[in-house]
Write a protein that binds this ligand. Structure first.
Ligand code: MG
Length: 247
């Protein structure tokens, strides 16, 4: 056995205890160096703050494209856009990563279909991670497939759905996944969602792409990717869409 002199033993003790001693340090945390930027809030919390990118203000689809890059083909009328079934998903022209997103939607007032076939659409963060849009008012389906679910991963904490035809809102706070150079997800994506003002996803860790027919898995992608809205064959409406970059 190695014999320690009293001095070496003392130094070894101090080194071993250093984290403990540091944790007990009563010095205050360093104060923030940067003054928060001034942002002029919207008239209500549904209106865009001054630093938001407005993705849809009710007038046109200038900020959106079809997945082949051509003009988005959904209908615009009376201040909203509506899925034109069969024309495909639409994506933002600009890409986004960490963000705060406000989006309003309404499922058809004429109720058709059951379960996943009733008022289905979806908001794909970075084009990969779906927050489900569905008529979940008196419409049974699997819990991690109802409105506000992280599709096939997390049910919403509560069902805060309004009846079909009424406008509803999601406020989404999203942290993008971080990939290493080999494309491995070193940090998973995280998301917080409020549905009509009620918290339904509380900073959950997303397990990967939200497939409907196979287990979630991450596939490496760019740090910024377009937001995508789903054409699931139902004429779901959207309005008042704005996003704040958090990266
Ligand atoms: Mg969907």
């Amino acid at each position: 056995m190695v014999k320690l002199t009293p001095l070496v033993a003392f130094v070894a003790f101090i080194v071993a205890m250093a984290p403990e001693l540091a944790a007990q340090d009563s010095a205050p945390f360093p104060p923030p160096r940067l003054e928060p930027r001034i942002v002029t809030p919207g008239r209500t919390s549904a209106d865009p703050p001054s630093d938001a990118v407005v993705l849809f203000d009710g007038k046109n689809l200038a900020s959106w494209r079809s997945s082949d890059g051509s003009a988005a083909k959904w209908q615009v009328r009376d201040g909203y856009m509506e899925v034109a079934p069969g024309t495909g998903d639409i994506l933002t022209a600009e890409p986004f990563g960490d963000c705060q997103l406000h989006i309003e939607w309404a499922t058809p007032s004429i109720v058709k279909g059951e379960g996943q076939e009733r008022g289905n659409s979806g908001i794909f963060l970075m084009g990969h991670y779906e927050i489900q849009v569905l008529d979940s008012y008196d419409n049974k389906t699997y819990f991690h497939g109802q409105a506000g679910s992280v599709y096939k991963q997390y049910a919403p904490l509560v069902n805060a759905a309004r009846p079909p035809g009424q406008w509803q809102s999601y406020d989404i706070i999203f942290r993008a996944p971080r990939f290493d150079e080999q494309g491995k997800a070193m940090e998973r994506a995280r998301v917080t969602v409020l549905h009509n003002g009620a918290l339904i996803q509380n900073n959950v860790e997303i397990f990967g792409n939200t497939y409907n027919d196979r287990p979630a898995v991450y596939t490496a992608h760019a740090p910024l990717e377009p937001l995508r809205l789903q054409d699931h064959g139902n004429p779901v409406r959207y309005r008042n869409i704005w996003i704040r970059r958090l990266d």
